[in-house]
Every structure is written in C-alpha cells, then in structure tokens.
Design a binder for this molecule. Sequence first.
Ligand code: ZN
Length: 130
Amino acid sequence: MDDNHQSSETSDRSDLVSENGKNSKSIVCQRCGSKVLCEGTALFAEKELFLPSMRKKSNLSTTEASVDGETLTAHWFVDDMFTFENVGFTKDVGRIKYLICADCEIGPIGWHSLDDKKSFYIAMERVDHV
Ligand code: ZN
C-alpha cells in the first residue's frame, strides 16, 4: 500500500464549499467553460468512486476491464438531474453512467448509478469553479 499521498488539497476546499456544505461557486467544464451547475445547487460529498481517465465520449463506453483511471473521493452531489444547467451522459457501462460535458463531450466529470436514480456525483477535481 502506498501511504505517501499528502492531502494538501484539503485546505483550499473552504473556498469552494460554503458553510451549509454547498458549492459557493459555479461549476464549469475545465475544457470549454460550459456551465454544469449554478452556485448553491450541489452538496459536497465524500465517496470513493472510480472514474476512467478523461477522454472524448466516443472512447468512454468501453467495457474493457483494464480501463485506466483513478479513484476520487471529493464530489458534488445532486439528487435530481434537472438541477444541472448542462450535462451529458455516456451509454451505460455496466450499471454506471458517466457524466460528461454537454458541449465538448469531455469526461467523465461525474458518476451516476442506474441503481440509484437520485444520486449524481460530479468530481471536484474534474471541473473548474468560477
Ligand atoms: Zn466542455
């Protein structure tokens, strides 16, 4: 096991998470700036989710077991897909749909399980906060 990861990013989250646990800034696509969520619409949530590496949508719907990616723990949680300003989805990958930018289709920026229609997660590291 590798315990050398220093979580130096924890400190700057207070800029992004307001006192009531919601996003204090708008959430936009890192690549094209398309708005994903307005400020104050998502809840900060810690959950371990595996997301494949960022790529174009056409390469995301693979069911290969050897997909490279990373486990992310800091997310924005939304319980209704109509809360999103703009968001796209990949085809089902098993019981998962990945969320992608609606405009440039880069992703995944988030995660959704078909087993829970009321939970959508946007990975903090994969979006910009403006
Ligand atoms: Zn985009």
